[in-house]
Design a protein around this ligand. Structure first.
Ligand code: ADP
Ligand code: MG
Length: 498
């Protein structure tokens, strides 16, 4: 819409190779995020997902003649809150426009949107791309052009009747925030990191549930290619991509397609395309429409939307700690960048971790949450919400190691039991006789026995001190893994090396 500014230095790691030179991708995303609210943007109808078809439709949503839209203040709050979360300029005065077009799922014949005066202006999202092989993340700032409020459309259903199409207006009039990025994204990984980060911020804020599989968040993906650092190329816009994986596939396909055209001496047509997830390709839907095609004009049924700074400040005061701030805090509390990034990626994971780490060692807690719990859930295909191990249970296991009741190895077994059967870790240790053997008498007996049975190994261990590991293993085996490893080590060194 406006003149494009290039804020990025070309990075060869992002380049796509062509026949005789490299190409650089330029990507801009328009994300539609459904506002979390009980009622629609201009009517009192419910927004509940999964309701019976056409159950959530008021006379306004069905566009009955003479019905008047009334702005839902909660949606305004949510948009302002989101703008603040994106470090963006909040516009105290914005205007709703009619975007005119015909579609069977749009009974009004126009969509109420905001073109010239959006509620939120420029902002920025910092994404973390990575980790690379060294576990490092690269921070990249992606500009946000604007955020505006608009109505969602209904849904046409072509597969319910042999000769007719049906329409479900439940979504008609639901509030959407359209969040438009600047063309600052330069790779598939960055595009994925951008959507992931945006979704995470929205979820922290509670302004959109981010459930892409339910259509609460979808992206229009603008892709062009150019010579590295060169002039911006002609873009194609891939509509309504509803998963991060599909977005990656769509960009990859589209970049290749455009590079092939350009390398054969052709030109890319600016058009709107669709991604077909089954075929893994994009195909043309229509040539690109321009703003003037829609005959935008201010909606005469609605006054400009105005609020004062005090209103914005009130919302600012309610903002929760957002992922970037949380991540920095976690790093300050002793976690690596890698661990902190994983933990803050999802608010429920961060909350879970904070419960576990409450009064316990940060690094130890992070290891258990990331490596053991998330690892096990991942294997089982479960989300954290479905975790059979609660933060309290995981915390107790860590406490049992800390106070010497069990050793680290047995702790893994206790964890497995809790994972499969549930239960109180301390009781499990007690009942299953898993407590650590700290009684030096018992450990000493096992040590003596193994030393006596392996005189030649003892000789080797005197010459090669790291042979002691073999003895530790034997003693642990003899004690069912329950011996205190430190005590075992000390005794062995004393007896073998004198
Ligand atoms: P429209 O609504 O017509 O698609 P905008 O001008 O608001 O228009 O741009 C939409 C998106 O396209 C923005 O996210 C912007 O960053 C992106 N974009 C603009 N130019 C390019 C380009 N040459 N290559 C890739 N993306 C682009
Ligand atoms: Mg667009």
């Amino acid at each position: 819409m406006t003149g494009l500014i290039d804020t990025r230095t070309p990075n060869p790691k992002n380049f796509f190779s062509g026949e005789d030179h490299d190409w650089e991708l330029v990507i801009g995303l328009e994300v539609h995020a459904q506002v979390t609210s009980n009622a629609k943007l201009f009517s009192g109808a419910s927004t509940e997902f999964g309701s019976e078809q056409n159950a959530n439709v008021s006379l306004v949503d069905a566009a009955m003649p003479g019905m008047l839209p009334v702005i839902n203040e909660e949606c305004v709050r949510q948009a302002v809150k989101t703008g603040l979360g994106l470090n963006a300029k909040i516009n105290n005065r914005s205007v709703f426009d009619r975007k005119n077009y015909f579609y069977p799922d749009l009974p009004q014949g126009y969509q109420i949107s905001q073109l010239y005066h959006p509620i939120v202006g420029e902002g920025v999202i910092t994404i973390q791309v990575g980790p690379d092989k060294q576990g490092q993340f690269e921070s990249v700032e992606i500009g946000v052009e604007r955020l505006h409020l608009e109505q969602d459309a209904g849904k046409s259903m072509h597969d319910q009747h042999p000769t007719m199409s049906f329409v479900d207006l439940n979504r008609s009039g639901v509030a959407l925030m359209e969040i438009v990025s600047k063309p600052d994204i330069r790779s598939i990984d960055e595009a994925k990191a951008y959507v992931t980060k945006l979704r995470s911020i929205l979820r922290y804020l509670g302004t959109c549930d981010g459930n892409m599989d339910q259509g609460s968040m979808r992206a229009d993906v603008n892709v062009s290619v150019r010579e590295p650092g060169g002039e911006f190329g002609t873009r194609c816009e891939i509509k309504n991509v509803n998963s991060i994986r599909f977005m990656g596939q769509a960009i990859e396909y589209e970049a290749r397609r455009q590079i092939d055209i350009l390398e054969e001496g052709g030109t890319v047509d600016q058009e709107t395309r669709l991604f077909d997830p089954v075929k893994g390709e994009t195909r043309s839907m229509r040539s690109k429409e321009e703003a003037h095609d829609y005959r935008y004009f201010p909606d005469p049924d609605l006054l400009p939307l105005e609020f004062d700074d005090a209103y914005v400040d009130g919302i600012r005061a309610e903002l929760p700690e957002l992922p970037d701030a949380k991540r920095n805090r976690f790093i300050g509390e002793g976690l690596s960048e890698y661990d902190a990034s994983i933990l803050v990626s999802d608010k429920s994971i961060a909350d879970f971790y904070e419960k576990v780490a409450d009064g316990r060692d940060a690094k130890v807690s992070a290891n258990w949450v990331i490596n053991d719990l998330l690892g096990a859930l991942n294997k089982a295909g479960k989300s954290l919400e479905e975790s059979p191990v609660s933060a309290d249970q995981l915390g107790s296991i860590i406490d049992l190691i800390k106070d010497g009741t069990i050793n680290g190895k047995i702790a893994k077994d206790v964890f497995e039991i809790v994972l499969e059967k549930g239960g109180d870790p301390a009781e499990i240790v007690e009942k299953e006789g898993m407590a650590q053997v700290t009684d030096t008498g018992a450990i000493e007996a096992a040590v003596d026995e193994i030393i006596a049975a392996n005189p030649e190994k003892v000789q080797q261990a005197i010459e090669k001190p790291n042979m002691i590991g073999w003895f530790v293993g034997q003693v642990m085996k003899a004690t069912g893994g329950k011996a205190n490893p430190q005590a075992v080590n000390e005794l062995l060194r004393k007896k073998i090396n004198g």
